[in-house]
Design a binder for this molecule. Structure first.
Ligand SMILES: Nc1ncnc2c1ncn2[C@@H]1O[C@H](COP(=O)(O)OP(=O)(O)OP(=O)(O)O)[C@@H](O)[C@H]1O
Ligand SMILES: [Mg+2]
Length: 492
């Protein structure tokens, strides 16, 4: 397979060296690993468990260890024993039923076993053979541990995550004197954690696993790698977020609030995002999704008294005191996640450009995020209120339902394709002035106060909030027929 790497600084000869090295590494890694580990040894070999489940161990991790890391303290949570064994058996199955993979470059896999797996909704998960058939692969991004590629599977775009053999994680591990095989395995373990966690807590705002390939322990000692396939997203950064329309920023704020509420109440306990950064999220068709869960934990700090339950955000000089209940600081993860959500998303996404009449509601949300005065459930309620007011056009504060008399000249089924487009602030498109409106009257109001606007084309397309998409025009030229649009010309 020919995976295009986007990092120009690497020469093709260097690439060849790395591909060969990568194959050798994987070959030795799995050979070594599988030779010294029997399955039972694998299960029984317990190690230390860190509070947040984010530190790696010195030896290949056991299934019990990994389950423990993922679930945190087992005796705290209702149904914990059941959940613990569900997770453990899920992981055990994952490890047992893995597929082998091929030689050549690090993404080449052979198909030898084809057990069919399904996700919670009954969708068949891609196996190693399917992953082999992903085409048009191209490097997108990498972090400390993983490299992410995009590709096409049966006509649909997918993201493929694998260990970045040239990444910081493997590199710094090797520098510390560990073998490359050992370091590769430690990094691969993070992807296996992710496969299990992502499947264990499915949600609209968490990236969906489409398939995976984990080398079978007793397979041939080929160049095998751990690979996870997920929905393909679009990376986000601060600039991209700030350039979005207020409506899209509202959507992201709503999504991230829903996610926080879900994470605070998963069947496995309250999830802590130990490494909260915007880079851990992507957008899938405009919807925000958490895409990196290798640093999440499922346990809250243990305590003896309330004094030990203070959430401290030293960079913001903010502290929040919580209660010690049943030996744990209840709400610790939720509050930490909420504060970080405020800092990274909501407090700067919501206020700027918000409709005037929604501002008081937005202030309440921003204050609650900044001072942690509401829990995630109440924040979801507040966000739902804002979204509903926005969707229903309530923010327009139209008093009497008087008949709106348009002063604009209406040409039905008419369009000005590619003509008289101009740039305006918060346009949804890169080329023209495209905005969403509740109705034609709102479009007219926007056009009236913009001296450059001479008219607009109202389409039958709608946004996620059900609002009509409108193209403002700074002139009127040759009018064409379009069954799906109307043209409205501003009175001069
Ligand atoms: N499904 C996806 N679609 C598109 N891009 C993605 C996807 N998942 C991750 N990415 C991009 O790849 C980058 C690296 O992925 P990921 O965060 O999982 O790796 P990592 O090594 O754990 O990174 P970090 O060191 O930042 O934690 C992300 O920052 C993101 O930009
Ligand atoms: Mg990560």
């Amino acid at each position: 397979m020919n995976w295009k790497r986007g990092r120009h600084r690497r020469s093709s000869s260097a690439d060849n060296v790395w591909y060969v090295a990568g194959s050798c590494i994987v070959f030795f890694l799995l050979g070594n690993l599988l030779m010294f580990q029997t399955y039972h040894g694998f299960v029984e070999n317990r190690g230390e468990r860190s509070m947040h489940g984010d530190s790696l161990q010195d030896h290949p991790i056991s299934i019990k260890d990994l389950t423990g890391k993922l679930l945190g303290r087992p005796l705290m949570i209702k149904y914990q024993l059941d959940q613990y064994s569900v997770f453990e058996s899920r992981l055990r199955k994952l490890m047992e039923n893995t597929q082998d993979s091929g030689r050549g470059d690090i993404f080449t896999h052979h198909l030898s076993t084809t057990e069919t797996k399904f996700d919670k909704n009954g969708n068949r998960l891609l196996n190693c053979g399917d992953i082999d058939n992903i085409t048009d692969k191209e490097y997108i991004a990498s972090g400390w541990t993983k490299a992410v590629y995009k590709g096409i599977y049966k006509g649909s775009p997918v993201a493929v995550k694998t260990v970045d053999i040239r990444g910081q994680d493997v590199g710094s591990c090797v520098e510390q004197g560990r073998t490359v095989e050992d370091c590769y395995w430690k990094a691969a373990q993070k992807i296996i954690n992710e496969i299990v966690i992502l499947q264990g807590i499915p949600h609209d705002n968490i990236i969906k696993v489409i398939g995976f390939c984990v080398p079978k322990k007793d397979a041939d000692k080929d160049g095998r790698t751990v690979v996870m396939v997920t929905e393909l997203g679009e990376t986000i950064d601060l600039i991209k977020l700030l350039q979005m329309s207020w409506e899209d920023r509202l959507r992201i704020s709503h999504d991230v609030t829903n996610l926080m509420e879900f994470l605070a109440n998963t069947p496995y306990g309250s999830v802590s995002m130990n490494d909260y950064r915007r880079q851990q999220f992507v957008l899938v068709n405009g919807q925000l999704k958490l895409s990196d869960v290798d640093d999440v934990g499922f346990d809250e700090p243990s305590c003896i008294n309330d004094n030990e339950c203070t959430v401290v955000f030293s960079s913001s000089n903010f502290t929040k005191h919580l209660s010690c209940i049943g030996g744990y600081c209840l709400g610790y993860n939720e509050h930490r996640n909420l504060f970080n959500t405020g800092r990274h998303f909501t407090t700067f996404l919501l206020p700027h450009g918000a409709p005037l009449l929604l501002k008081p509601h937005i202030e309440q949300v921003v204050n609650a995020y900044s001072n942690l005065t509401l829990n995630s459930g109440l924040l979801v309620d507040k966000m739902n209120t804002i979204v509903n007011l926005y969707k229903s056009g309530n923010y327009l504060n139209r008093t009497a339902p008087e008949q709106h008399k348009t002063e604009f000249l209406k040409h039905t089924r008419s369009d000005l394709p590619g003509q008289h487009d101009y740039r305006c602030r918060f346009s949804m498109s890169g080329v023209g002035c495209t905005v969403s409106v509740f109705d034609q009257r709102e479009a007219e109001d926007i056009c009236k106060i913009d001296p450059e606007c001479k008219g607009f084309v109202i389409t039958d397309q709608t946004t996620w909030a059900g609002r009509k998409i409108v193209h403002l025009k700074n002139g009127i030229g040759k009018i064409s027929t379009n069954e799906n649009t109307d043209l409205l010309i501003k009175p001069s």
